[in-house]
Design a protein around this ligand. Sequence first.
Ligand SMILES: [Zn+2]
Length: 174
Amino acid sequence: MRTVTAASYDRQMTDLPVEVIRSKKRKRTVQAYLADGKLRVLVPAGLPPDEESRLIESMISKATRKLSSAGVDLIARATELAMEYGLATPSSIEWSDRQLSRWGSCTPSDGRIRISSRLASMPGWVLDSVLIHELAHLEVPDHGERFRAIVKRYPLGERAKGYLIAKSEERVSS
Ligand SMILES: [Zn+2]
């Protein structure tokens, strides 16, 4: 049986690793969700290899489309995340070219959020992480315990942090 390695899917997943789990209990259904900084794809065990790869590829491309930030509608994305995390929606949210040292900023007093336009060319799951950070600031201005409890719910937060640190260093050294 052909095994699908996570590495073979990495490139398509816009830097997000994929983990394939084959389950004997699963019949025909395929499922994908984000966990521990990975896209986990669940497939029934014992499928013909070509059918399995086809199913996995289609789940990944679906997830990639959802996770991509190409042409993203910032307002729609922020609204969606605010609803998902039970947070307030910003009064305005816009891309900013002037955010050179920060990835995002928030003014809790008037509910405005600005997001660095550099994020537009990064994977959508990285953008989401910054959006959740700024949305959380609408509720909690500081980075205290209550703030951390909100952002911790995003399963790719730590991975996104590492990604952005690497990007900042790239910028400093170039
Ligand atoms: Zn902050």
